[in-house]
Design a protein around this ligand. Structure first.
Ligand SMILES: CC(C)(COP(=O)(O)OP(=O)(O)OC[C@H]1O[C@@H](n2cnc3c(N)ncnc32)[C@H](O)[C@@H]1OP(=O)(O)O)[C@@H](O)C(=O)NCCC(=O)NCCS
Length: 188
């Protein structure tokens, strides 16, 4: 099931919260969305159905903060509907139910022994529903993960991104990341 954002989409209506087991359907859908994006960027990814993450373990881990972006629609300010209007009002009420539109996680990782910091927060599983992209949802997700990292006394954020994933690179730079290390490969 894909999500269609209405034209009045506003990030003010987006809340970032810790993921729960009940979010699994959306998380699995987001995971396949990330894989679909990255497959053409990496000839070494296996063919066929696959998963990147053990999502249940991530939700349960005290060293991982897995978050979802939840879109809620504001309550209307008009009076109670008449019974004739109720069916459409019920429909719009259903439409106001929170909808999950994105994900991300931060994990406490050990850092290389020669660095100033002994641990850092590694960020991944960044996904925003296509209809909601380009509106800063990813920045809200990163801000929430940054706050979590600081609450765990981590002062360094790291992530990996394919060098051809220009939308993601742009999103991370907008959130404050800078390009740092170039990872190279060669099939032999
Ligand atoms: C990467 C991703 C999470 C960014 O989320 P986002 O909420 O769209 O991020 P932003 O709103 O900050 O937009 C980032 C950039 O995406 C591009 N963008 C804008 N509208 C877009 C759209 N409708 N569709 C795709 N990309 C768009 C723009 O380059 C934008 O930068 P700009 O605002 O300076 O023009 C999202 O594009 C996504 O889910 N991509 C597929 C999965 C993926 O690549 N994940 C990252 C793995 S490392």
């Amino acid at each position: 099931m894909s999500f269609e954002a209405s034209s009045d989409f506003d990030t003010k209506n987006v809340r970032i919260r810790t993921a729960q087991p009940g979010d699994m359907d959306a998380l699995l859908r987001f995971e396949q969305g990330v894989i679909r994006t990255e497959r053409p960027m990496d000839p070494t990814i296996k063919e066929g159905q696959l998963h990147y993450y053990d999502l249940n373990a991530m939700i349960a881990s005290p060293d991982i903060e897995l978050v979802v972006a939840e879109l809620s629609f504001p309550e209307p300010s008009f009076p109670e509907p008449s019974s004739a209007e109720r069916s459409s009002a019920e429909r719009s009420s259903a439409e106001r139910c929170p909808t999950l539109i994105g994900s991300g996680y931060a994990r406490i990782n050990p850092s290389r022994h020669y660095l100033k910091h002994s641990t850092h927060a590694y960020i991944g599983f960044m996904y925003v529903e296509p209809a909601c992209r380009g509106k800063g949802v990813n920045q809200l997700i990163i801000a929430a993960l940054k706050a979590w990292a600081l609450s765990r006394n981590l002062t360094e954020l790291r992530l990996d991104v394919y060098c051809t994933n220009s939308n993601a690179i742009r999103a991370y730079e907008k959130a404050g990341f800078t390009q740092y290390l170039l990872n190279m490969r060669m099939g032999i």
